[in-house]
Every structure is written in structure tokens, then in C-alpha cells.
Design a protein around this ligand. Structure first.
Ligand code: ADP
Length: 187
């Protein structure tokens, strides 16, 4: 199973991807986690990315594509993957198509998690207290939601236009949301 999970910041992509990884026995590829690992390791790439991430902006498409290609080359991806946080704009969606075509592993499904914006802000505020992520401050959150509307919402339309998109209600118990995703994948 090769899956893209779309949804705004705070929609629960990471949480649901972690559950799906366990239950479907596939790799979880979170571009946010990959970038945070670079920042934590103090690499050149991490140094470049940190300020951009903290401000809530998108890191360059080139950096993301390089990271993604190298991650897709790792052995655990052979059984399938969930992409969480990529693609975030239409250029990335086209790049993903090209990369997956090259390795002969096209997507099986694209799932969009729907969560109302009031709830997103509330959830991120809760996460900020628990995890202390540098980009979970109010200004950056506002920016990330704006970036989502401007750049990532068109990606939803991109997949909807192809008929590969499933929309899932992302509000409720974690297990219920996961069951909805699993049901959408069987359709
Ligand atoms: P969230 O969905 O809560 O914003 P992520 O962990 O997915 O959290 O992303 C955190 C940050 O990492 C983003 O705001 C952005 O700066 C950077 N990032 C992650 N994925 C991408 C991507 N595909 N393209 C550009 N930047 C990205």
C-alpha cells in the first residue's frame, strides 16, 4: 500500500500515520520529522531549514525532493509507505509523480483528513504545551495554516481531479478516525 495522507497542520496526519504504519506494516515517511532530524543533528541542511520551519514557511522543493528520494531508496519502503507532510504544493505533487514513476511504485490512495480550523488551532496549542515544538507558537501556526490554504489546498484539488482522493472526517476518537481511513482504503 502506497498512500499519501493530506491535511492541515494539527489535523492528525502524524498520529494517524503512526497507527497505520503499525497496522499496515508499511513505512511512515514524515518530511517534518526528517527535517527536524536534520535540525537536531546540526547538518548544513538542518541549519538552512530551521529558520524557515520556525517561521512556518515551506522549505525549498529541491531540499525536500532530495530528502524524499533518498528515503524512498531505503529497504523498509519496499512493502509500501505512508507519506505524511509531502506533497505540500503542486510542484511537489508533480515531482512525486515523477519519482514514483521512475521507481515503478505509483500511489494507491490519497486520503485527506478534514478538521475544522477552530479545532486545528486548539489541537496545536495543546501539542505546543506537550512537545514544545519551535514552530507551534501562535504566529508560526497562523502562517502554516495560511500556507496550507494557499499552497497545499490546491494539491487536494490536484488529486481530486484525478479521482484518487478520499476525504475522511478527522474529528473524533483516534481509533474511529483510523477506522474511517482504513475503510476508505478498501474502497
Ligand atoms: P505540520 O503539519 O504540523 O505543519 P510538519 O511536521 O508536517 O508539521 O511540518 C513542519 C514544517 O516542516 C513545515 O511547516 C515546513 O516548514 C517543513 N516541511 C515539512 N514538509 C515539507 C514539505 N513537503 N515541503 C516544504 N516544507 C516542509
Amino acid at each position: 500500500m502506497r498512500l499519501v495522507l493530506l491535511g492541515p497542520p494539527g489535523s492528525g496526519k502524524g498520529t494517524q500515520a503512526t497507527r497505520l504504519k503499525e497496522h499496515l506494516n508499511i513505512a511512515h515517511i514524515s518530511t517534518g520529522d526528517l527535517l527536524r532530524a536534520e535540525v537536531a543533528a546540526g547538518t548544513e541542511l538542518g541549519k538552512q531549514a530551521k529558520a524557515v520551519m520556525d517561521a512556518g514557511n515551506l522549505v525549498s522543493d529541491d531540499i525536500l525532493l532530495g530528502m524524499l528520494e533518498s528515503r524512498l531508496g531505503q529497504a523498509d519502503v519496499a512493502n509500501g509507505f505512508i507519506l505524511d507532510g509531502y506533497p505540500r504544493n503542486v510542484a511537489q505533487a508533480n515531482a512525486l509523480d515523477a519519482v514514483l514513476a521512475k521507481i515503478g511504485q505509483p500511489l494507491d490512495a490519497v486520503v485527506q483528513l478534514d478538521v475544522p480550523s477552530e479545532l486545528l488551532v486548539e489541537r496545536i496549542a495543546g501539542r505546543a504545551q506537550e512537545q514544545g515544538r519551535a514552530d507551534d507558537n501562535p504566529e508560526s501556526v497562523r502562517k502554516r495554516l495560511q500556507v496550507y490554504t494557499d499552497q497545499t489546498a490546491p494539491v487536494v484539488d490536484f488529486y481530486a481531479g484525478r479521482g484518487t482522493l478520499a476525504r475522511v472526517d478527522g474529528v473524533g476518537e483516534l481509533a474511529d478516525v483510523e477506522a474511517r481511513i482504513q475503510a476508505a482504503l478498501k474502497r
